[in-house]
Design a binder for this molecule. Sequence first.
Ligand code: PLP
Length: 397
Amino acid sequence: MRELSNLAMTLKGSIIREMHTAAAGMTDILNFTVGEPDFVTPQPIIERAYKSMLEGKTFYSQNRGILALREAIHQHHKEVDGTNIEADPEDNILVTIGATEALQLALLATINPGDEVIVLTPCWPNYLGMIAVAGGVAVCVPGYEENGFAPNPEDIEAAITPKTKAIMINSPSNPTGAVLPKSTIDEIAGIIEKHDLFALVDEVYRTIVFDNQKAASLTKYPAIKDNIIFINSFSKTFAMTGWRIGYVIAVPELISKMTLLHQNFANSIFVPAQEACITALEECLPDSEKMTESYEKRRNIIVKGLNDIKGFSCVQPGGAFYAFTNISEFGMPSREFCLKVLKNTNAVTVPGVGFGKSTGRLNLDHFIRVSYATADDKINEFLNRLNDFSQKFFASK
Ligand SMILES: Cc1ncc(COP(=O)(O)O)c(C=O)c1O
């Protein structure tokens, strides 16, 4: 066989997959790795897709996505969602294969090889892979635990060089659940304006915010509206991860270039799934709110539970469904720690080291990610097993 490409040879696999492999063949597993709701998609969404299939809507759609869905997205952001974002269905919206494709297309449309992209860390691991696919260089800016993992805007400013082209912002965040404070978003908006950066604003968890709060959003700043590439998805909001539908809203020129890229990657999205997303926006927001309520209850159980166990500590996440938990008292690297927990408790968690690069004082090896989008009884069982593990561990010291 001839040599494979440098890209193929250098891309790294997900650490989450690695943990699944380690757990393969084990029984009585408690899985706290997966970043997806445990709920099945609400029934009206499923029924709409079924109806659409029975009507024979089995053909390619427009590359940008069916107009009716783009209109529903426009309506949603204009009237329901409070996003101050221009989402003209004709020019500003592209429907994609989840937020994943939207993020990759946004990078491919804005980054030349060697350009730098600022990534607020801890981050979703795919960001680093996507930047590599686009030939860019990821520059990680740390967020510290004592600030609820919010970055210090001065650190962002200090990381900017003449090669910096874009910044990726994800609030609420995977893996920390951090919801960036309005004051931080204000300062980041100022930096984006000052340095004329593209801002990839990934708000796939925007509806999963707790304590009656709303997440501050970079979409609210008129001065940078042309810099914003707003990325959203049906995956987490409506428990539709497997349907693979997301979208991007940006200025027309960017959307038309991303549409050309999308033609080459995907052509278009399955029409019954697109129609089902219209039903999601029009009828299923109450279902989505109920799911958020249940994540909040689970957040309360897991954060208290973890903080009550010796060796574990966890700052209160304001959204999403992740607890980025400090395990530094156990005195071992996060991968080794997760493997030990797996062996002793059959619980699968994800090593913090997979969520970006450790920079500044941020040592990702001091953390694990616990995804708590799972049933209460499993959460309680998980906490019991971790408690046993911790007691035995510290007793043997
Ligand atoms: C921060 C973040 N962005 C994007 C995605 C991808 O979402 P989608 O299922 O819409 O591709 C995920 C999925 O876990 C995520 O955590």
